[in-house]
Design a binder for this molecule. Structure first.
Ligand code: SF4
Length: 372
């Protein structure tokens, strides 16, 4: 198998002209080659990985005005907040009780919070909880801090790593084409800058992930161009760096968003279309090992089918998630439920960390109480 790269045009052609069954078959076969542990042997089922972490928002103050976001508040708004240390402590201790080892730490583009705010915060959290992992910020926030500091991506990333950041999530990619970004997230960094932040992160051997939010104003070609650009950045990484550990495609959640209410843009991605995108992600991205199904946005059944279309990872139980949930994503999993969903799909659940290394399931996990 030589894993030659397909062009964006070839991807569009396959997406449009090949049956779902055939695409799923190819995606599934490639998953078996790329992730041998996901293949059952000697009577044992193949492994599908999952994670326990907690999404904590540093602040909801944001000047980016993304049209799909119900989470942010403008500076000075009565409901605006910056998370205080006591709240972090409560949430971290709860995360440990639920078996988690990591915070997914993200927030808005606060106009007054520069690099020192984040480096002080990371140092404080690591001093209090040395074993805690920080999967923190994302390329748009790094780009925003870089502008506030009149610095460079590399210098900002280096300072963040030195103060305790462990890995950089691939948040805020949406669709990387700037035509789309101007329409839905004009205040965020452009597509090229998103990719440049990731290039700088890989040079510093910071592990990252990549995402795609689709099903809004993008064309099919723009989705495939997005995959090609991510693949190219992965191809440029230094040999010793892991680069993008995973690719996570998820669907635009439209409830009460400006995009839906004012612009009339609704998410029309069907289960079939999502499965096609999972299979095509596996086919288009031979240099990214993990493809994650987004149960949060497509629900349990489609996420389970994704495991037979090229995906090998079920993501995190997300103890707290605000941005996507604020836009109507109705799905929730606890540690027990995510594992039984993986078993129902024919695999053995395997807890992992952010580096995709296996973790032993902690002996005592407090089952999370979920309010639907
Ligand atoms: S998605 Fe992020 S960057 Fe965009 S408005 Fe919401 S908080 Fe700000």
């Amino acid at each position: 198998m030589n894993f030659e790269f397909l062009s964006a045009d070839e991807g569009v052609f396959l997406f449009k002209n090949v049956s779902l069954a055939e695409l799923m078959y190819v995606g599934n076969e490639l998953r078996k080659i790329q992730k041998p542990d996901s293949v059952g042997k000697n009577g044992k089922k193949g492994k599908v990985t999952w994670q326990i972490d907690r999404n904590v928002n540093t602040t909801n103050v944001c000047i980016a005005n993304c049209k799909f976001c119900n989470f942010y508040r403008i500076p000075g708004h009565a409901e605006s907040y910056i998370t205080d240390l006591e709240s972090y402590k409560t949430k971290i201790e709860e995360t440990f009780r639920y078996g988690g080892d990591q915070l997914l730490l993200q927030g808005g583009h606060h106009p007054e919070l520069g690099l020192k705010f984040y480096t002080d915060l990371f140092r404080q959290l690591k001093k209090l909880y040395p074993k805690l992992k920080l999967h923190a910020l994302g390329p748009p926030e790094v780009a925003h801090i870089t502008k506030l500091e009149n610095s460079t991506h590399a210098k900002v990333l280096k300072a963040l790593i030195e103060s305790g950041m462990d890995s950089l999530p691939g948040a805020g990619a949406e669709i990387l084409n700037d035509r789309v970004r101007r329409l839905i997230s004009n205040g965020k960094c452009g597509g090229k800058e998103w990719l440049d932040v990731m290039r700088a992160a890989h040079q510093l051997n910071i592990t990252t992930s990549a995402t795609m939010m689709f099903g809004h104003v993008e064309t099919l070609y723009e989705r495939f161009e997005h995959l090609v650009w991510i693949r190219e950045v992965q191809n440029e990484k230094p040999k010793n760096a892991k680069g993008f550990l995973a690719f996570i495609p998820w669907t635009f959640q439209d409830a009460d968003t400006i995009l839906a209410d004012v612009k009339g843009v609704h998410n029309k991605v069907t289960g079939e279309e999502y499965l096609r995108m999972i299979a095509m992600s596996r086919i288009m991205l031979p240099n990214i090992l993990n493809i994650q199904a987004s149960w949060l946005t497509v629900g349990k059944e489609i996420a389970q089918l994704s495991l037979h279309a090229g995906a090998n990872d079920f993501g995190s139980i997300m103890i707290e998630e605000n941005v996507v949930s604020a836009a109507g994503a109705p799905h929730r999993f606890t540690a027990k439920k995510i594992q039984s969903a993986i078993r129902e799909a024919g695999f053995e659940p395997q807890l992992r960390d952010q580096q995709y290394e296996y973790r032993t399931l902690p002996a005592a996990i407090e089952e999370q109480v979920v309010s639907y």
